[in-house]
Design a protein around this ligand. Structure first.
Ligand code: NDP
Length: 242
């Protein structure tokens, strides 16, 4: 059975991606960190749409957690092949660098950048053996242009963009593509406390995007329609160019 693993699939963009993967016919492995009820809602949505999947709780920023939980799952589900990996889990802890403490710096780098490494390490081998795979990393406008107050987050996302381009070249011959999607302002819990009315005026489309609009871009990279595209970063930002 072909699976799509979505990290941070319990809420926001990750949930929309899970539903998209289900619509594309994938068995969806929904990872989350702590919000079991929200993760269950995502699974209910996947099933209501005629799909199926499983919940897998682990902290992407903990190497032992990823090895023990995801590693064990892969080991005991040899009938299920992870064809699509979406590295979506991410957090932000904004502060001007002047005020930023090392916990804020390390938390953000650890979840996004180290999380990408730990999770991708677990599933890459299976893709290489199968000579097919789709890895999609959710980055950010912040990682392309840098945003003040987000040196940690910009660094983490820019780091993943570099890794996307490097890994794409490492695995291209084996039929595995690696791409990134860079959202601008998207309506989720992460942006809930931002002043949407004011910030939307900066966006040429004059509105925040939806999680589904990001999921559609992920769907393109996950599909066979993108077979000759790798190492790319696709912005989904309503024209908010850098
Ligand atoms: P939300 O805050 O709405 O959701 C975050 C998700 O990530 C939750 O499912 C959460 O799980 C999960 N998560 C957080 N930390 C971990 C962890 N250590 N291990 C496993 N799962 C974790 O975020 P968004 O949906 O807005 O963001 C999704 C991605 O998109 C992030 O990478 C973000 O940086 C990126 N992005 C978002 C933008 C926006 O405007 N919203 C803009 C640009 C990029 P749980 O529910 O268990 O807490």
């Amino acid at each position: 059975m072909n699976c799509a693993l979505v990290t941070g699939g319990s809420r926001g963009i990750g949930r929309a991606i899970c539903l998209k993967m289900a619509a594309m016919g994938y068995y969806v492995i929904i990872n989350y960190k702590g919000n079991a009820a929200a993760a269950q809602e995502t699974l209910d949505g996947v099933r209501a749409a005629g799909g199926n999947g499983a919940l897998l709780q682990f902290d992407v920023g903990s190497e032992t957690d990823v090895q023990q939980v995801l590693g064990a799952w892969l080991e005991s589900n040899k009938d299920k092949q992870v064809e699509v990996l979406v590295n979506n889990a991410g957090i932000r802890e904004d502060n001007l660098l002047f005020w930023m403490n090392s916990t804020q710096w390390h938390n953000v780098l650890n979840t996004s950048l180290n999380g990408f490494f730990y999770v991708t390490k677990q599933v890459l081998n299976g893709m290489l053996l199968k000579r097919y795979g789709r890895i999609i990393n959710i980055v950010s406008l912040s990682g392309i242009k840098g945003l003040p107050g987000q040196t940690n987050y910009s660094a983490a996302k820019a780091g993943i963009i570099g890794a996307t381009k490097a890994l794409a070249q490492e695995v291209a011959k084996r039929g595995v593509t690696v791409n990134a999607v860079a959202p601008g302002y998207i309506k989720t819990d992460m942006t809930a406390e931002l002043n949407e009315k004011e910030l939307a005026t900066l966006v040429p489309m004059n509105r925040f995007g939806t999680a589904e609009e990001v999921a559609d871009a992920v769907g393109f990279f996950a599909s066979k329609a993108s077979s000759y595209v790798t190492g790319e970063v696709l912005s989904v930002n309503g024209g908010l160019y850098t």
